[in-house]
Every structure is written in C-alpha cells, then in structure tokens.
Write a protein that binds this ligand. Structure first.
Ligand code: AMP
Length: 181
C-alpha cells in the first residue's frame, strides 16, 4: 500500500483493533474498530496522521455509512471542510443519486444527496476499512456523477491481500491508510 509505514500510530492501532473471527459470516476475519473510539487521543492522532499524509487540503470529505462517519467527522472538522455522507439505499431523505454494485452474493446500493457537491470540488473519500474496494469505487462514482473530482482516498485499515487498491488507483494516486494487513 502506498504511504503506509510501520509507525508508532500503526502499532497503537494494531494493539487496539479487535479481530472478530467469522463475523458477519463464516470465514471473514472482521476488523472491529469500535475499541479505537474508546481512546479519544488515538482518534485525534489517527485524524492528524491522515491529514498529514494528504498532499493538498480537499474541498470536502465524503464518508461512507456507517463506520466511515466516525473519523470522517473528525477529519472534516479538523480541516474545516464540509462532510458529505454516502448512505445505504433509502436512508437519505432528500433527492438522491444511486450506485449499485456487486457483492460476493447479491448487490448493494449506496446513495448521495443531489446538489451538495459543487462542480470541480476536490473530494476526499473516507471509510474505515478498504477491503475489495467495491464500496470505495461506489462512493467515487457517486462523487463524480455529481461533478466532483476525487482528491484521494483515506482509510484507517487496508486489507492488502484483497487488493482493493487495484480497483481504486484508477481514480487517483492519493491513497492513504494507516495500517495494512
Ligand atoms: P469493500 O467494498 O470490499 O472494500 O468493503 C469495504 C466495506 O466493508 C467497509 O465499509 C468496511 O467497513 C467493510 N468491511 C469489509 N471487510 C471488512 C473486514 N474484514 N473487517 C471490517 N470491515 C470490513
């Protein structure tokens, strides 16, 4: 993964993230980030670390439901830029655009409110975990459909063996994660 190194913060994260085997189904090793939220200093340090790795300040940060919301809000607040949620189908109340993508079994649809992103805004996309990359691609396609540009992707965790980076590097070389497994 680009821009991931073994640092003090990645070691702290590694010690805090909880591995939950066979969740939500058999064979998945779930990286549970909820213990991270118990440590406000670690949350603050994650936010600072991600921002320090960005080449340029984005115009907005687009965050993916639901685990992207937590550090996403801190990122937006610290950079003093707008936060734009991408949510699962049927959750956003006003007019939306939708993007449907394939999962291992079936499909998923994500939505974005229309007319929030200003034309040519450079938008950072944030989620907690990059796995296969399907979710990040969906968020990127929604941002582009609304006239935004992809400034970069920022994750707390990358599951390198799933090669999600291969799917998202077509959008931008600016891909940041703090810890890679
Ligand atoms: P993907 O679309 O495959 O990149 O999956 C990314 C989304 O699924 C993120 O929103 C993650 O929160 C979640 N996710 C996928 N795999 C895992 C995992 N092993 N541990 C924790 N979250 C995961």
């Amino acid at each position: 993964m680009i821009k991931t190194e073994t640092s003090a913060i990645s070691q702290r994260l590694n010690a805090t993230i909880r591995d939950v085997p066979d969740f939500p189904k058999a064979g998945i090793l779930f990286k549970d980030i909820t213990p991270v939220f118990l440590d406000w200093q670690l949350c603050d340090d994650i936010t600072t670390e991600i921002i320090s790795k960005l080449k340029e300040k984005p115009d907005a940060v687009c965050v993916v439901e639901s685990r992207g919301f937590f550090i996403g809000m801190l990122l937006a607040n610290k950079m003093r830029i707008p936060l734009i949620p991408v949510r699962k189908k049927g959750k956003l109340p006003a007019e939306t655009i939708a993007y449907t993508y394939d999962l291992e079994y079936g499909s998923a649809t994500l939505e974005l409110h229309k007319n929030v992103i200003k034309k040519d805004w450079n938008v950072l996309i944030h989620d907690d975990v990059l796995a296969t990359g399907g979710t990040a691609v969906a968020a990127a396609e929604l941002v582009k459909a609304e006239g935004g540009r992809i400034a970069g992707f920022a994750f707390i965790v990358e599951l390198g063996f799933l090669d999600g980076i291969n799917k998202i590097s077509a959008y931008t070389p600016e891909i940041v994660s703090i810890i890679s497994y």
